[in-house]
Design a protein around this ligand. Structure first.
Ligand code: BES
Ligand code: MN
Ligand code: ZN
Length: 492
């Protein structure tokens, strides 16, 4: 798919003349009923009135559509929450919410006012990003009987029109389109995106943006002894793949530092012989969200061109029960050399990731970030608001944490230590893949044994990659988490 949201985004220093199907979005803080509407007294009165009347409280995630008297344009009040809690991420979400509401109200031209901010460039960037992210839909399998309606234009009102603002909008578009590309992959059902199709879409994207593809097929996976990836994939009719996509900046040399983004690419996770129960199993179509995020980050990086060699590595397989499946008790030999006893075939993510991490090292990666919808345990610990972050290196961890904060994708650091080693010690092999709770920590410890001394960060995105219900700024489904963090990191 290359269908992207067509939204024309510009900045202006004054509110444009009223026109039909226009709405002005006005951010309102819950503790500040007064807003400045640039000498538009009538509009200002309407907004302040509804705020002061208590009709609109300005709480985050709320909005109110009003029609200003004697004008055919609408006013859209956007709740920002308390001013003290204001962050660029709040503004990004507010913009997404405004864009979705505008589309709902059949607004063609959305004019967005900014709250008073320190950094207008950043504000323009997050508003543009938020609108493009907010307009994403995953209803691509719905028949479109009525004519499609879309918001055509977004005008962001700024104090001064500078050329850098154009660049910010361009950057926002590249990043948001890459996040939406990632979300689309993660929202695809398992049947539409088996490993070979995942690899094909990655290659199509790589070709479009001038990235190098070095993927391995099933024969190469077996020949190189990637027993974790092969073992997980062996029960499926769909063959596993190791998707490898590279970005090389201009003038890069072979001995320049190489970073690896390794993403879990389970295109559907039934649990295998340790079959999951049925209830929410359909969500396991998104078990390749980490892999899609690693590739989506490269999609943006190829266009933004940081001066850093980066490779995305996505071990991809379908975890299925069958007569060929790996069984509890089986032992696999991994690419990194260690053997792993498979205690539970549903703990498949770590088995494919260890081969991805070892492969990253064999390519000479000096720093690794892996992203994976790895454990239910991290959802219990952190819910959907923070990604679990594990690392063997404080400097690298801090770099990733700072990038995630700039990106508005918060993380929370969790421990990796041999205190937990009993959970991965096997009686018959070097390690086992499951040893009871806390599993997120045990899984991370197993991965760390393969990263060894290479600075490594593991992001467990099981909670943050998927919205269980629709949000004011997003539909139910995949969030594309990780892409923005990795892009920030590449420029860090
Ligand atoms: N893909 C799942 C983790 C997951 C669960 C992601 C829910 C998103 C939402 C992973 O492969 C898995 O099955 N984990 C099991 C491991 C356990 C059986 C050893 C888990 O966490 O329950
Ligand atoms: Mn599983
Ligand atoms: Zn899984």
């Amino acid at each position: 798919m290359s269908k992207q949201i067509s939204l024309n985004i510009e900045t202006a220093t004054a509110i444009p003349q009223p026109s039909a199907r226009q709405a002005i979005a006005v951010p309102v803080f819950s503790d500040e009923p007064r807003v400045s509407l640039l000498n538009q007294d009538e509009l200002q009165r309407t907004v302040e009135q509804s705020a002061l009347n208590g009709e609109f409280k300005g709480e985050a995630g709320t909005q109110l559509l009003l029609h200003a008297s004697r004008s055919e344009r609408a006013l859209l009040l956007i709740g920002m929450g308390a001013h003290a809690d204001f962050s660029s991420d709040e503004l990004r979400r507010a913009s997404g919410m405004a864009a979705r509401e505008a589309r709902e109200a059949r607004v063609k031209h959305l004019v967005m006012l900014l709250p008073v901010v320190d950094d207008e460039r950043l504000a323009v960037r997050v508003v543009a990003e938020g609108a493009l992210l907010g307009l994403y839909e995953n209803n691509f399998y719905q028949s479109q009987d009525e004519e499609n309606f879309w918001v055509e234009k977004l005008t962001i009102i700024v104090s001064e029109n500078r050329s850098e603002l154009r660049d910010e909008i361009e950057r926002a578009r590249i990043v948001a389109e890459s996040v939406n590309w990632t979300r689309h992959l993660a929202d695809e059902p398992g049947a539409s995106l088996p490993p070979r199709e995942f690899a094909r879409r990655a290659a199509e994207m790589a070709q479009e943006f001038g990235l190098k593809v070095e993927s391995l097929d099933v024969d190469e996976i077996r020949a190189r002894g990637m027993g974790g990836l092969w073992g997980v994939g062996q029960g499926s009719e769909e063959k596993p793949a190791l998707i490898v996509v590279r970005y090389e900046p201009e003038g890069a040399r072979d001995n320049d530092e190489l970073w690896a983004f390794v993403g879990k690419g389970i295109t559907f996770d039934t649990g295998g012989i340790s079959l999951k129960h049925g209830l929410d199993m359909y969500e396991m179509k998104t078990d390749m969200a980490g892999g899609a995020a690693a590739l989506g980050a490269l999609r943006a990086i190829a266009q933004l061109k940081p001066n850093k060699r980066i490779v995305a590595i996505v071990p991809s397989a379908e975890n299925m029960p069958s007569g060929h499946s790996i069984k509890p008790g089986d032992v696999v030999k991994t690419f990194g050399g260690y053997t792993i006893e498979v205690v539970d075939t549903d703990a498949e993510g770590r088995m494919v990731l260890v081969d991805g991490i070892a492969y990253a090292k064999s390519l000479g990666a000096s720093r690794i970030v892996d992203l994976a919808t790895l454990t239910g345990s991290i959802i219990v610990a952190l819910g959907e608001h923070r990604t679990g972050l594990f690392s063997n290196d404080d400097d690298w961890a801090n770099q990733v944490i700072e990038a995630s904060e700039r990106a508005g994708e918060p993380t929370w650091r969790m421990p990796v230590s041999d205190d937990y080693k009993k959970r991965i010690e096997s009686d018959i092999a070097d390690f086992k893949n499951y040893g009871g709770r806390p599993d997120a920590t045990a899984a991370a410890l197993l991965l760390s044994k393969f990263a060894q001394k290479t600075p490594w960060v593991h992001l467990d995105i099981a909670g943050t990659s998927w919205y269980d219900e629709a949000q004011p700024h997003a539909p139910k489904g995949s969030t594309g988490v990780g892409v923005r963090t990795l892009v920030e990191l590449a420029f860090g």
